[in-house]
Design a protein around this ligand. Structure first.
Ligand code: F6P
Length: 320
């Protein structure tokens, strides 16, 4: 490859900027030309493509969001859209593309590679729902935000001996709930991967209050149910329980990325460029047990991420 482009697509995540910076700076270091594509695949179809240099990515490693902006693009799901995208890249002399995003973004990269563009995909999502990587760019920061919120909620819940229900993001994946629940000492963690019985949850809560607990924290992944519905059910089982609900929402997607996310993004961005130079294409970059690895995008998009039941059991054991 001689000239590559980079884009961010789907929901943004903290650390995307660090990944863009790594792609641009590594590419320039190795003598490639680099372009940025504004607003993901939609921007590609609008030919929103511009050259990037060392200074284009200055002062962004610490920023949340993505300087390239992001979008979800329906047109790019069609073969016509994908063909148009590949033609536009060729017209600009671009033969390699690094895509930073989630599952949908990976599918786009996979299709483009079938149309002759060399592609690399990086896991940029807070959800941690991508297979063949232990973690995704933004996940660590999002978990930190939830833990920080729970610390604050604990204070006021203890004062009033209340139940706090915290609804967190993650789409169909329970990882944000699981990892923030373990780190914040939540009493209950509800995730889509494990079925639950709210009567049992209410009984345990009632028992724990009777044994002297001063508050109860429930973390519910959005894929496992709505905080408001859970509050209502708990109240029906024990009318003296009047849970307060906090939906953290997009707060989880903002703010400065943690060092862990920045470093993961930097390593993955650089790795993607080096692999493109080596002639690899249609690959997803991830980290497994600390090692940066390359996997066929097909394999990644066609497998569901395994849930970490061991960590879930641990959180349960420690939450009494
Ligand atoms: O994929 C990231 C994510 O934040 C999910 O956790 C959430 O379900 C979704 O995006 C929200 O999407 P939007 O930003 O379009 O509301």
């Amino acid at each position: 490859v001689k000239k590559i482009a980079v884009l961010t697509s789907g929901g943004d995540s903290q650390g995307m900027n660090a990944a863009v910076r790594a792609v641009v700076r590594s590419a320039l270091y190795f003598g490639l030309e680099v372009c940025g594509v504004q607003r993901g695949y939609q921007g590609l179809l609008n030919e929103d493509i511009f050259p990037m240099d060392l200074r284009s990515v200055g002062d962004i490693i610490q920023r949340g969001g993505t300087v390239l902006q992001s979008a979800r693009c329906k047109e790019f799901m069609t073969l016509e859209g994908q063909q148009k995208g590949a033609d536009i890249l060729r017209k600009h002399g671009i033969d390699g593309l690094v895509v930073i995003g989630g599952d949908g973004s990976y599918q786009g990269a996979n299709k483009l590679s079938k149309l002759g563009i060399k592609t690399m995909a990086l896991p940029g999502t807070i959800d941690n729902d991508i297979s063949y990587t232990d973690t995704t760019i933004g996940f660590d920061t999002a978990v930190g935000i939830v833990v920080d919120a729970v610390n604050k909620l604990r204070d006021t819940m203890s004062s009033h001996e209340r139940v706090s229900i915290v609804e967190v993001m993650g789409r169909h994946c329970g990882d944000i709930a699981l990892h923030s629940g373990l780190a914040s000492g939540a009493e209950t963690i509800l995730v889509p991967e494990v079925s639950y019985d709210l009567k049992e949850v209410a009984d345990r809560m009632h028992h724990n209050f009777a044994c002297g607990k001063r508050h109860s924290i429930v973390i519910v992944a959005e894929g496992a149910g709505r905080g408001e519905d859970i509050a209502e059910q708990l109240h029906i089982h024990y009318p003296n329980l009047e849970p307060r609900v906090t939906v953290l929402g997009h707060i989880q997607r903002g703010g400065t990325p943690t060092p862990r996310d920045r470093n993961l993004a930097s390593r993955l961005g650089d790795f993607a460029v080096r692999k493109l130079i080596e002639g690899e294409s249609d690959k997803a970059c991830g980290v497994i047990k600390g090692e940066i690895v390359l996997t066929d995008i097909d394999k990644v998009v066609n497998s569901k991420k395994e849930f970490d039941h061991e960590t879930y059991e641990l959180a349960l054991r420690l939450s009494q």
